[in-house]
Design a protein around this ligand. Sequence first.
Ligand code: ZN
Length: 291
Amino acid sequence: MPELPEVETVRQTLRKHILDKQIIDIDIRLPRLIRQPEDPEVFKHRLVGCRITEVDRRGKYLLIQVPPYTLVSHLRMEGKYSLHSRDDDIEKHTHLIFTFHDGTQLRYRDVRQFGTFDLVPFGEFQTIPGLYSLGPEPLDDQFTLERFETICSSRTTRNIKAFLLDQAVIAGMGNIYVDEALFFARIHPERPPSSLKKREIKLLYEGIRKVLHDGIKAGGASVRTYRNSDGEMGYFQLQIQVYGRKGEPCNRCGTPIERIVVAGRGTHICPNCQKSPSPSRKIRKEMEEGR
Ligand code: ZN
């Protein structure tokens, strides 16, 4: 699932290619991806003739500004945008096609069909439930260490992994970047946020910002391949430290990376760099494996 850096990469690429373009037609091939307005014909009628003035992002949501509306797009698992000329063959799983005044098309493909579109009055995207409750943007200047310290002092009984995955706590983090940020800070994912020492909170704050920045930088680099492939927006090739590296040596200490389940998600840690909060964890892990 795309996380903040991938969505940001898509945003930057989209911006480059669709800004100032006027929508002259929309082909809606899978109407149920459009959550509002309910009638896809109304969706089409409202957007045709409008010009794209900006592409913004909030958390994992893309906000395509088409005054007097904002088109809110969430890619969910596998949604992808690509830019085409009108004559290009239409690939399988293409569900939405925006045709612009210059003959180019923005196409939305989604094999799993989980992506969503909401068309709301310009600037009123906050009314969408997922956006309404969204936490701070981790790369914003307003997201200071002091603010993160306050967030971590929450009296939650959840562990730090579940806490960081919660979009209402911080916007945009998913499984990969949470694992990477916790590894950076040498924090075990099962620890409660309130147990973190000031020094650890600072490291985690730096880790979150670093892995997200690195992801965006790498994503930006892969955008170069975007034209010579089949036109899909490129995803990043992040320098992954733990995620998906089960059994491979930790780049810091050489200990094999372990995969455990935390917050119901496959979670990768270095058992040496990220010390377990309780000695019973090893026993629990053996029990889980013995199942
Ligand atoms: Zn290690």
